[in-house]
Structures are given as C-alpha cells and as structure tokens.
Ligand binder design. Structure first.
Ligand SMILES: [Zn+2]
Length: 284
C-alpha cells in the first residue's frame, strides 16, 4: 500500500509531467473509481479543458488545482491510491491493461492513466463552487503532516498520553499523524528501540522524542530514494523505488537483525503484519 513517501514521489512526478498541461478529454472505464461527482460523465466534463496548476499532498491524498477559464475559476482533482492504485504518465498508444480505471488525455498524444487492480482507489472532481474539504471528507480526519510544525513533540506526547492502545496501532491512525502506514511504522519503531506492542501511555518522554525523530527521518530518507520497493509501488514512469534494500525490519522476519544479529520476528497487531527485533526493541 502506498504510504507518504510513495505518494510524495508520485506528486513530484505529476508536478513535472502535468503542470501547465490542459486536459483535452478522457474516459472512465470503471465508474466506481469516481467518488464525486456521481456521474462519470460529469467528472470528465468538469476536467475537460482544465489546466493543471499545481499538485499538493495531504496525508496520502493527492490534490491538484486546475484552472478552468481565463476568468480565474479553479477546481480540484483529488486522487487516493489506496491499496494498489497507480498513476502513470505515458503515451496513448501504450496498450491499456485490464485494470485501467480512468484515462485523461492531453496534447502530444500524452495520457495520465489510473490503473488499480484492487479497485479501492478513488478520484474526485471538485467544481469551483464546491469545497474540497467537504467533498473529499477524509481530509477532515487527517492529523498533522509529519514534516509540519504542528507535529511537535508537545503535540505528539499529548496525543499519546493516557492512551491504552499499542503504539503500532496509534501510528497507523491517520488522525494522529498523516501518511504513516505499516512499513514506516515498523521502521520508525525499530529505529527508536520501541516494541510495537508498548501501550502509548507507557512511553517515556525520551522515547516519544526518539520516535518522532525516527518517523521524520525514515520518511524523508524514503522520499529521497523515490519510495519503497514494497508491494507493487511504481512511480509515474513505472519505475520501482529502492528503499526496500535498506529496511531494518519490514519484510525481514526470519533474517538476522542488522544491528544485533537476533532473528527479526513477525506478529499480527491490529490485523497488520508487524516486524521487530525483540532484542533491540525490548518490551517496557
Ligand atoms: Zn536487534
């Protein structure tokens, strides 16, 4: 599942490829991908002749502001990749695979293609008179961005205080901090020497501080190398990132810990595979 670094990698690719480009037309091959408006036709109509101005990322949401006309009207295109969604920038003559959901056409034979095997991915067209926060309701539930000032030590420790759930489940909660998923939660917990089963209220201040730093570090490192090799993530050109080769624990169960040599273990926590080193991440 794409997490913050993968989505950020896609965003950077979209900025490069589409800003200044005008949508000439498109087609929706799988209507359920369109979360708003209700009709696929209205989605395509809204985007037709719109020009991409910029791409933002909020949590795992991609948001593009589009210019609609010379009189300054703008709208928004929202995309969430969910489990298996992929945005690809290619030419229209590239064969269209089975799981293609939406195609947007541009000049010079270019195309932005949304391919999504598991079909959980979503797209929104937000018209000028509408508010993206209302239409894309998931945006309202997001906690602070990990790189923002709001994700301060004070905010993080206050949010964890008195909570009796495991720190792993807290990190997966997008309302606590936006964009962290299974891979980076496991990696950040290893880097800060915290067992994933530790209950939030048991964490000491210095542990919370280490964890906050580790989250920021692991995410920025992964953005720097273009996302991970986990799952089937591909960037806009279909290229795989390479963070996977550097993982401390994620996907390494049964292999020796890179720090102490103890075997990496895997357990299920809140229904998600959780990887850790029992020696480097002792239970407190
Ligand atoms: Zn270890």
């Amino acid at each position: 599942m794409p997490e913050l670094p993968e989505v950020e990698t896609v965003r950077l690719g979209l900025e490069k490829a589409t800003v200044g480009m005008q949508v000439l037309g498109g087609e929706v091959l799988y209507p359920r991908t369109i979360a708003h408006p209700q009709s696929s036709q209205a989605f395509i109509q809204g985007l037709q002749h719109a020009t991409f101005l910029l791409w933002k990322r909020r949590g795992k949401y991609l948001l593009s502001q589009l210019s609609l006309s010379a009189n300054g009207q703008t709208g928004w295109l929202g995309v969430h990749l969910r489990m298996t969604g992929q945005l690809l920038w290619l030419t229209q003559d590239v064969p269209v695979p089975k799981h293609t959901r939406v195609r947007l056409f541009f000049g010079n034979n270019c195309e932005l293609r949304f391919v999504d095997q598991r079909t959980f991915g979503q797209m929104w067209w937000v018209a000028p008179q509408e508010d993206p926060q209302t239409i894309i309701s998931g945006l309202q539930k997001l906690g602070p961005e990990p790189f923002s000032e709001e994700f301060s030590l004070k905010y993080f420790s206050n949010s964890l205080q008195g909570r009796k759930r495991s720190i792993k489940s807290a990190l997966l909660d997008q309302a606590l901090v936006a964009g962290v998923g299974n891979i980076y939660a496991d990696e950040a917990l290893f880097m800060s020497g915290i067992s994933p089963t530790t209950l939030c209220h048991q964490l000491r201040v210095e542990q919370v501080q280490r964890l906050r730093t580790a989250i920021i570090d692991v995410l920025s490192t992964s953005i720097g190398v273009g996302g991970t090799t986990f799952s089937d993530f591909r960037d806009l050109k279909g290229v795989n990132g390479n963070y996977g080769g550097m993982a401390w624990v994620y996907g390494r169960h049964g292999q020796p810990c890179r720090t102490c040599g103890h075997t990496i273990e895997r357990i299920k926590l809140v229904g998600r595979s959780t990887h850790f080193c029992p020696q480097c991440q002792p239970e407190s």
